[in-house]
Design a protein around this ligand. Structure first.
Ligand SMILES: C[S@@+](CC[C@H](N)C(=O)[O-])C[C@H]1O[C@@H](n2cnc3c(N)ncnc32)[C@H](O)[C@@H]1O
Length: 137
């Protein structure tokens, strides 16, 4: 059992990602459009061309997908919950299977070593301006 599962079973953490299979069954174009609209409104921009998104606590990955659809140059999604990571990877497989602009992995926003490694991702430190979306519960 990994650290995340142990914390969930001790009741110290809510297992957000456990519903990911259900989410994937109900995922449709309307939900993606709604996420795109919400992101455009939040960022006050019509397109994400020239921008990068660091999606901390990406959950299902819906907003990372929306950023890709809005033309982001680069998206990096991470989540502490392996189920959420699997869900995000499934969305990428469905919508952007070929791209290397969208990377996804397990990561903890409270882990300073992990965060400092992210800081060295060249796409996030050079060129495109970076938007960080952190919605960790
Ligand atoms: C409320 S959900 C938000 C999901 C998604 N960002 C959205 O807006 O739909 C919070 C997410 O943060 C993740 N999370 C919680 N603590 C975290 C941490 N320390 N590091 C990374 N992700 C974390 C959870 O696993 C969950 O997927």
């Amino acid at each position: 059992m990994n650290t995340h599962s142990q914390e969930v079973s001790r009741g110290e953490r809510y297992g957000f990602g456990k519903n990911w299979k259900r989410f994937l069954r109900t995922m449709d174009e309307e939900r993606v459009h709604e996420a795109e609209r919400s992101l455009r409104e939040m960022l006050q921009m019509e397109t994400m061309a020239g921008k990068s998104l660091l999606d901390a606590g990406s959950g299902s990955g819906l907003f990372s997908l929306a950023a890709m659809r809005l033309g982001a140059d680069r998206v990096h999604s991470f989540d502490y919950d392996p189920h959420s990571v699997a869900c995000t990877k499934e969305l990428k497989r469905r919508f952007f299977p070929q791209t290397d602009k969208w990377t996804i992995e397990e990561g903890n926003v409270l882990d300073v070593t992990y965060l400092s490694r992210l800081g060295s991702l060249t796409s996030f430190t050079r060129g495109a301006s970076c938007i960080i979306r952190a919605t960790c519960g």
